[in-house]
Design a protein around this ligand. Structure first.
Ligand code: AMP
Length: 396
């Protein structure tokens, strides 16, 4: 893997694809600058070498039309604050102004190009569009992990114009190393914890991970499909009846591959899908009609804790209860605490994929695990074993 650390950018211009698709308030102020913070080391490395940086990104879904709402000029001041440096802005990513500003760019300076998705060619992966942009710089750097699963002009197609000067940014390298640490080089025992609502959305991840793991904890709504398939009574709990055979197949394949599967043994039952529901602890195989399991019960929490404390590598994807409701968040909180405790003892823990990051941040676990991925869809696809177009383009 070639990263920016393998090149001296002195007097070179680097086109750096970042993912500044940041959340904004109604008055277009940046409400979470994590994605800007995340690429600071890459930008600093290039500037410290004596190079200059041309930042390019998309923001939102402007569908090929320029608009105030999706303009990157609204986030320039936030970028300047995070980088602690002046950032010049070019109000179009193509055209005379962009040609002039990129030509005149001096070592040590940063230029931000306007939203790439103001042109349909970006998402279409248009070659001519990519080639025009490639002319601005001597090197191409991809540090946009959040968009690496898309074969867009700036994330993949453009790399071909930099046959010997294309590199991964440091964020991208960290994300790819984290996946590798779990799937390929994980110190054993390796434990994957897969939660969330549905088996169907996690099946590819589970299948891809089976050869790499020793333990599989299945929690959250998806556990009920397994429990019902095993003959349990699950009351009104969420279930995918048409995935029950698949659930049994996964269990059989896990067994054949010496992977131990842990399902919850008890739940916090509720008489309706509401934070105000009446609740009681119930055996997961004996949930009466009119009740549904909305969180992992205390026995399950203890079971999962013991497995996690015995693990050296941990992947966590998805909550194991309806964490959005405070009365059903205890299982997910306990799980996070167990992972944090195991991490202190030296385990490597990766959290990511889909919306995982939401609950991790809500409960402050981002400070307590080894790595939290910045890319929902891209991490999901990496764990599914797919080669991301943005990664392939830089590697080939
Ligand atoms: P996913 O996007 O597939 O990772 O699923 C996340 C969602 O699963 C969260 O919104 C949780 O509220 C939901 N979830 C977790 N456990 C349960 C459960 N026992 N019943 C219903 N939904 C659940």
């Amino acid at each position: 893997m070639k990263t920016v650390n393998d090149f001296n950018f002195k007097d070179k211009k680097a086109l750096v694809r970042v993912d500044f698709n940041v959340p904004q308030s109604a008055d277009l102020k940046v409400t979470d600058n994590t994605r800007i913070q995340a690429v600071k080391p890459t930008v600093e490395k290039i500037l410290n070498d004596g190079g200059s940086v041309i930042l390019m990104t998309h923001l939102g879904r402007p569908k090929g039309k320029a608009s105030e709402e999706f303009s990157l000029k609204n986030i320039v001041s936030e970028i300047e604050e995070v980088f602690g440096k002046k950032v010049m802005f070019c109000a179009d990513c193509l055209g005379e102004e962009a040609n002039r500003m990129t030509t005149e760019l001096q070592p040590g300076s940063i230029l931000l190009l306007e939203n790439l998705r103001f042109y349909n060619e970006e998402e279409e992966g248009d070659t001519a569009f990519a080639e025009k942009i490639s002319k601005y710089a001597d090197a191409y750097v991809n540090d946009a992990f959040g968009t690496a699963h898309r074969a867009h002009a700036s994330t993949a197609i453009i790399a071909q114009y930099f046959p010997s000067t294309k590199f991964f940014g440091l964020l991208m390298a960290k994300e790819l190393e984290a996946v590798e640490k779990v799937l390929k080089k994980g110190e054993k025992p390796v434990t994957a914890i897969i939660g969330g609502s549905k088996v169907s959305s996690k099946i590819t991840i589970i299948e891809n991970m089976l050869p790499a793991i020793d333990n599989l904890i299945i929690g959250g709504g998806m556990a009920f499909t397994f429990v019902k398939a095993l003959g349990g009574t699950i009351g009104n709990s969420i279930v995918e009846e048409d995935k029950m055979d698949l659930a049994l197949d996964i269990l059989a394949r896990a067994k054949a591959g010496n992977v131990t599967v842990y399902l919850p043994v008890d739940v916090i039952g509720a008489d309706e899908f509401s934070n105000d529901a009446e609740t009681k602890e119930i055996d997961i195989y004996e949930i009466p009609e009119g009740w549904m399991g909305l969180d992992a019960g205390p026995k399950s929490q203890k079971l999962f804790h013991d497995v996690i404390m015995n693990s050296r590598t941990i992947l966590w994807n998805g909550p194991i209860g309806v964490f959005e409701m405070p009365n059903f968040s205890a299982g997910t909180v306990a799980l996070g605490n167990s992972i944090a405790e195991s991490t202190v003892l030296g385990a490597f823990s990766l959290v990511g994929g889909g919306d995982s990051v939401a609950f991790v941040k809500q409960f402050g676990y981002d400070e307590k695990v080894s790595y939290v991925s910045t890319g929902g869809g891209a991490m999901l696809e990496s764990l599914e074993g797919k080669e991301l177009p943005g990664v392939k383009a830089v590697n080939s």
